[in-house]
Write a protein that binds this ligand. Sequence first.
Ligand code: AMP
Ligand code: GLY
Length: 436
Amino acid sequence: MRVLVVGGGAREHALAWKLSRSPRLERLWCAPGNAGTAALATNLEIAPTDLEGLYRFAKRERIDLTVVGPEAPLVAGIVDRFEQGGLSIVGPTRRAARLEGSKAYAKELMRKHTIPTADARIFRRESDLRRYLEVAELPFVIKADGLAAGKGVYVCHTPQDAEHALEQLYVRRRHGRAADTVLVEEWLDGEEISVHALTDGETIVVLEDARDYKRLLDGDRGPNTGGMGAVSPSARLDGGRLAQIEEQILVPIVHALKREGAPYRGVLYAGLMWTPSGPKVLEWNVRFGDPEAQVLLPRLEGDLLEVFAALAHRRLSEASVRWDARPAVGVVLASVGYPDNPVTGVPIRGVAEAEALAGVCVFHGGTARARDGALVTAGGRVLTVTALGETREAARARAYDAARRIHFEGMRFRTDIAADGGGLNAPVGRGTTRRA
Ligand code: AMP
Ligand code: GLY
């Protein structure tokens, strides 16, 4: 098969890496890819949001299957465009992708179909929101409705926090039109859990679980980022909790979207809080998490291309999803200045030495080749170093051993990824398939 991966981060490198191991792969392209995908695929200078450019390329090259990494092209309607033109693609349509593209839409949908989620009020006028905040009880969470690259969420514990959020939303207009509508959500206390699933609208395959570490600094301090590391399994989820999430959240949302005339196909990622009254949805993503994909995909056994092809052709029930029982730990190596103003163009050394370790994968995010061919940084999250190990501790030690073989000026990483061993311990070893 001739396959196109859309996106250029470490998540897409991990997807390309896993797809490249399929015996059914004939040729692979990445748009735009990075220096890591260039070793496995042909990189294309087409932006992930250039839907017409991607479509024309896929048509001309007779691409059999397109896999979309990031949310922006999905929310913009890449799946509709490709399917209208008779091309196979993995992902939700524009209407279904509103689950991530509009938090207000997702909230209203969950409310209508009684899917447990944090209570929220939705505001379309700044004056109404300000009036409400004067009387609202802290803590609460203010969220921009639209896509905000993971930066549109303000957890407010003090009046100053709320003031700061309002300043970002309405004075600095940091999120632009994504903040035309704003939600104020009840603050939920509990344990954060996330679940990835694949669905073709009929069958749901729940994947092994993973958690990311969103804060920049050790000890969950510093600003929120896209994710500074991840571990799979998370040690927070057991079979009982998982069954409850499937029953109360995953199956109902797939049904709800179908009933709304927006059947969902693709990767579905639920961000949840486990509260005293059970799981509640905080957010939906319509794609793999980054860096969650970098710890999930190395644990996936078998043929990802076959699984994706089955999904795109609505035959997911026939696909087999199996897992390596070994835990995986992924550490993100970031540029100085990330997340606000990462310094780029800096030479990177030691990747080959890190990759030489058994059980280690180095996934490129923001990397590029300089004119002289040298590997240089080209973004905030530069590399994800993932290691498998017999135990979580062994995987963690190996990931850090590998990370420490890599050097670039200003390199930053958290030293406590997967150090919190606690929580539930039973490995859940899944790939469970059920009818939606
Ligand atoms: P999100 O982008 O919606 O996942 O939000 C980013 C982070 O904000 C989450 O990972 C949570 O840690 C936190 N958060 C979001 N919504 C809530 C909520 N209703 N209650 C408590 N924390 C929240
Ligand atoms: N790591 C969280 C996300 O990709 O949304």
